[in-house]
Design a protein around this ligand. Sequence first.
Ligand code: SAM
Length: 281
Amino acid sequence: MTAGTLHVVATPIGNLDDLSPRAVATLRAAAAICCEDTRHSRPLLARHGIDKPLVALHEHNEDAIAARLVERLLAGEDLALVSDAGTPLVSDPGYRLVRAAREAGVRVSPVPGACAAIAALSVAGLPSDRFCFEGFLPAKPAARRARLAELATEPRTLVFYESAHRIEEMLADARMAFGDARRAALARELTKLFETVLDGDLAMLHERACNDADQRRGEFVVIVAGVGDAAAARLAEGRRLYARLVEHLPPSQAAKLAAELSGAPRKALYVSEDRGLKTED
Ligand code: SAM
């Protein structure tokens, strides 16, 4: 018996016409379609005349269900995997199923298409030859700030996903960690009716999000330029000064002084001796 194939199929991130003819053909030919939320995928499938059994596969049941799906694949069925929007596995479920299928020797084949990170990168006007996909930052402020501080010296362009209810806080924290002047872009509602792509420095983008309610609605990709050579040198100097000053001063005073002397963003200076990054809260 020849095993079937697991087709990993990208779906639109907004505009429903962004489903490729090959994606439609693959979904039509599959024995069943695994989707995150069957209620969400059904309208897209119906629009393309696809009427197949749907299997719900989400982060809470993926481990449990992957083994059964691999059995079906081994028995010769072709299955398709989609997520609510864009490319499965990119900040979406599917990794465990793909790994289980590959471990069982099942062929896993992509049907590429929309991905919000790549779509945003393609219009941001920031260096895109090397980039670092960070997905969603931690929801808790202290963990989010620590992660951003760790990324302050990253030379590659950074790509983040963010939701409407945290975009303002995220931009405020990014501004603190990377400095007001760092170049960035805010890609909102890509391929949808109210698509906007703003670019400028982080101070400008944060102020825009604070003052314009539209810029706090919808779905966002935030792209931040990597640290340049001059900024990297300021950060290195700031961290060196902080390490010396914190031996004699409370951390907040040491960071304030080191930031003033070096020109580096204050929040990026809280590097602890071991590896973690300290934040104020
Ligand atoms: N798998 C998807 C992909 O390939 O892009 C990403 C899924 S992730 C759960 C959803 C996040 O992607 C949103 O919170 C937002 O940050 C980003 N996103 C999805 N669609 C978007 C769009 N049309 N415009 C801007 N960002 C979008």
